[in-house]
Design a protein. Structure first.
Length: 232
């Protein structure tokens, strides 16, 4: 794993993989970590770590772009972005409400796109790596599971956005890739599959993602990578 004093933005950092990512990145004291979550109480203990800034931020806000631009005003650049936040609804398709479908799409793809617009001015001059976190349920040809149509289709939108963004910005130094994660023992997995247990911990997956964020942009752009040893 390599690092050279980077400004790293982690969106969705209050629990699970996102929280572990903040801790891993902060181990390099040359880094400055910007940890964002709508649950600011869960971020409060990061306040004792000198190279972590934390802010309240909600991808479901009607002013996502403006909110994030305000947060980023104090930083001259952003080198790495991890779009880790996610909204999961686990319900049979026929009883999904419009508001539930919209909530998944707002957090999982629309909010990410608007947030990325706010991030671009902080990357255009020197480039950077944006890593989108999706799910194996959004990866074409993978096993699908009942009850996750709103969640998985919205995360599939994030997959497509990765490819489209990479093409549009291929002549800049900005790179975007997407990781479709399989089962990790997080709170979100327990919500979707209450009886399912996996030996893979959030810390282990975060270690992989951090290394990918530091290094993969040198070798790939616009790639959608399945990260799973089984189903889901």
């Amino acid at each position: 794993m390599t690092s050279k004093s980077k400004n790293i933005l982690v969106i969705g950092s209050s629990r699970g993989i996102g929280r572990e990512l903040v801790k891993i990145f902060a181990n390099d004291t040359g880094n400055k970590i910007i940890a964002l979550s709508r649950n600011t109480e869960a971020l409060a203990d990061f306040g004792s770590t000198e190279n972590i800034d934390y802010h309240g931020f909600d991808l479901a806000s009607k002013t996502v772009k403006e909110d994030l631009a305000g947060i980023l005003n104090k930083y001259d650049r952003i080198d790495i972005v991890i779009h880790n936040a996610g909204k999961l609804v686990n319900k049979p398709f026929e009883v999904l409400s419009r508001s539930e479908i919209e909530a998944c799409y707002q957090t999982n793809v629309i909010g990410v796109m608007l947030a990325t617009q706010a991030i671009l001015p902080k990357m255009k001059d020197q480039g950077g790596h944006i890593v989108n976190i999706s799910t194996m349920g959004a990866f074409q040809g993978s096993v699908k599971f009942p009850g996750l149509s709103a969640y998985s289709t919205s995360k599939a939108g994030l997959v497509s956005f990765t490819e489209l963004f990479a093409e549009e910005y291929k002549d800049t130094g900005i790179r975007m890739n997407c990781l479709c994660l399989g089962a990790v023992q997080t709170e979100m997995l327990e919500e979707a599959f209450p009886d399912f247990k996996t030996p893979l911990t959030p810390a282990e997956m975060a270690s992989f993602i951090a290394d990918f964020a530091y290094n993969a942009h040198r070798f790939m752009n616009g790639k959608v990578i399945p990260v799973s040893s089984g189903n889901p």
